[in-house]
Ligand binder design. Structure first.
Ligand SMILES: [Fe+2]
Length: 194
């Protein structure tokens, strides 16, 4: 009997052209405290429209009574941000072992001007905004939604050459990190141009 190994799957896949090709993110889903409040907040603060609401009173697989509201918001260019409100579960928490800045959702804006404008508009609506922070090839501002999810708005400032040279060293950086658990220096120029 032939044991299917990675060495075998590689050639088989290319021979039969069995490759997975992801087109784009269909949606990402997070939990929210209140579907109506969340819909309103994203509409008011980020001009993101409600596309779709799906609700059930039972879990589809088990039929256990557990109502949920699943909302889908328009993040531009067919990108969709979704939330679930599940009122019968214990209140929302977060991963207390992970610093608050780590898990976040970043949304792109057109340019630096749009980023500065967004900061002004958010602050005018009493949202605490951090930044812009310079990441070398993009600049970002950060804030939290009413559910405690951290959001980032980012504007690219890097050249095509810069993104290309970062892409070239990415795998090497991961390999070095895997061994040292210290930041590799390949892309140190990113932080030296500020
Ligand atoms: Fe980020």
């Amino acid at each position: 009997m032939v044991k299917i190994t990675n060495e075998l799957i590689g050639p088989i896949n290319s021979k039969w052209n069995l490759m997975i090709n992801i087109e784009k993110i269909h949606h990402v889903a997070y939990r929210c405290k209140d579907a109506k409040e969340t819909t309103q907040w994203y509409q008011d603060k980020l001009n993101m429209k409600l596309i779709l609401a799906i609700a059930e009173n039972e879990v589809p697989s088990t039929k256990a009574p557990d109502p949920y509201m699943h909302i889908f918001l328009d993040a531009g260019n067919e990108n969709v941000l979704a939330f679930f409100e599940i009122p019968n579960s214990p209140g929302m928490g977060r991963d207390e072992n992970t610093p608050a800045w780590v898990q976040h959702l970043a949304l792109r804006v057109a340019n630096l001007e749009a980023l500065e404008e967004a900061k002004k508009l958010l602050e005018a609506q009493d949202v605490d905004v951090l930044g812009p922070v310079n990441h070398g090839v993009f600049k970002s501002i950060y804030f939290f939604d009413p559910n405690g999810h951290r959001l980032e708005l980012a504007a690219n400032i890097g050249t095509a050459e810069q993104f290309k040279s970062l892409n070239k060293v990415a795998q090497e950086m991961i390999d070095e990190w895997a061994v040292t658990k210290r930041a590799p220096r390949h892309a140190a120029w990113l932080h030296e141009q500020d």
